[in-house]
Ligand binder design. Structure first.
Ligand code: 9UX
Length: 72
């Protein structure tokens, strides 16, 4: 199954920042698709809720050094 969530990410200032976050999300078991947009400071993540929860997505972003807030 697939769940889509949008996450606000604070603190990204360059494309290297957004790439770091995007790659961290894409490396997670259960993430099917992850896009991080620097301009809007948002991530859109397609994931399997049987494998992980959105809290784990937020935690993975925080682990890269940025603040993550669930939008939807
Ligand atoms: Mo470059 Mo983005 O050091 O923090 S990766 S500004």
């Amino acid at each position: 199954s697939t769940q889509v969530c949008r996450i606000r990410i604070n603190g990204m200032t360059c494309t290297s920042c957004s790439s770091t976050v995007e790659q961290a999300l894409q490396a997670m078991q259960g993430v099917q698709r992850a896009q991080v947009a620097l301009a809007t400071e948002e991530a859109e993540v397609h994931y399997d809720p049987k494998i992980l929860s959105y809290n784990q997505l937020l935690q993975a972003i925080e682990d890269t050094g940025f603040e993550a807030i669930l939008i939807s």
